[in-house]
Design a protein around this ligand. Structure first.
Ligand SMILES: [Zn+2]
Ligand SMILES: [Zn+2]
Ligand SMILES: [Zn+2]
Length: 88
């Protein structure tokens, strides 16, 4: 069961491009939690939010790894491997 993520080289940034979900801000919509794309800094909303922009961003771009932007949460997620990660 020791699955490993082979996408760590796509972790290029930990700097969010926006303070909230990029698409929701444009639409004037709201979100529940925020996720940061580690390839490009895109900020999207989580799957508990009705728009699920973080997942949509993965489907549109193929950027595999996102991190939680919630205070106190340090986990990341690889969409391709469906694997929880702890990044430095
Ligand atoms: Zn992976
Ligand atoms: Zn959103
Ligand atoms: Zn991205």
């Amino acid at each position: 069961m020791a699955k490993r993520c082979s996408h760590l080289k796509s972790v290029l940034t930990d700097q969010p491009r926006t303070r909230g979900c990029e698409e929701c801000l444009k639409m004037g919509d709201t979100w529940v939690h925020l996720r940061l794309c580690r390839a490009c800094g895109h900020v999207g909303c989580c799957d508990s939010s009705k728009n699920k922009h973080a997942t949509q961003h993965f489907q549109a771009t193929g950027h595999p790894i996102m991190s939680s932007l919630e205070r106190g949460e340090t986990w990341s997620w690889c969409y391709v491997d469906e694997l929880m990660l702890e990044l430095e």
